[in-house]
Design a protein around this ligand. Sequence first.
Ligand SMILES: *Cc1c(COP(=O)(O)O)cnc(C)c1O
Length: 361
Amino acid sequence: MENLVSPSIQALRPYQAGKAIEELARERGISDIVKLASNESPQGPSPKALQAAQRALSEVHRYPDGAGFRLRDAIAKFLNIGVDEVVHGNGSNEIIELIIRTFCTPEHHVVFGRPSFSMYPVVVAAHNCPGTAVPTNGDLVHDLDAMVAAVQPNTRVLLLDNPNNPTGSYVPRPALEKFLREVPPWVIVVLDEAYFEYAENDDYPNGLELRHLRERLIILRTFSKAYGMAALRVGFGVGPAELINYIHRLRAPFNVGGPSQEAAIAALEDQEHLRGAVAQNQQERARLFQALLPLARRVYPSQTNFVLADMGRDAEALYDALLDEGVIVRPLPGLPTFLRISVGTSQETTRAIEALQKVLA
Ligand SMILES: *Cc1c(COP(=O)(O)O)cnc(C)c1O
């Protein structure tokens, strides 16, 4: 019988999201569960964003603004760019998909890092597009020279998350500048800055300041992480109007709901809330990092809201033992001794540290 789907789709497995709190409660009869598996903000969104979403609920019998004009306009004004340089997405994940769908055919080729955002290989395979996963260096930092070397004449898109999920590492500004100049001009470089707001090191590069270095550059940001609105599904891409216009042609007309659009507009206006969330993350991340040092083989410096640790033993078993303690963290495919732990509230961080100490004892 003829295969119903292509071999590349046949080989895929459904995305393994971080285990949900209710799921663990149901499976093991545990209450008081701490979830540190999906890099969600423990602070949540600005109260002003929630109020805006609530107000918009009275209009849900109407379709939202299909062009997302007010949302894109708010983003454009906030970033000091043109509204025709912005495309909004159902999370930045949708923009990644739209980019591959818009620009790639099975004759093209895509380059990305390994490990990096787990959806990259999925999206590329789903579109039947050959891809090259370029291993990170010994410090789990993207190997930019190797990524440039992986570019072929038919390479259409290069996906680079900076900071990188799941490592928490980043490529510093001088290296990224050199890279953006070196990648051949026919390649669309996608700079995925999902954790941009959390990165505080002086040499962490803001992709928006590097747009002059190459024509084909798209920068992705999201409201899911530091803005604390993961369930509302709002992300966006910034690039040259010509590329953005092509992406809009494939975008579903009502891809971001009305309450979500309103919440994002209000969230942008409350930078004080964002700064508070980022400051708290910084403090708790440092505490988590320090606590992991004596427990792990290696802990990786992070510019995000999670910390990656090589536990030096079977991570699946550790993950399972932590579930019994009511703490959900993230084991990682391809990294059998590693755990990724999201930064939570002070109490959540303490719970995670104490649970780890207990199961390792
Ligand atoms: C979380 C994440 C995204 C996508 O998040 P959305 O909720 O779809 O905006 C994209 N890239 C990286 C690296 C991420 O970690």
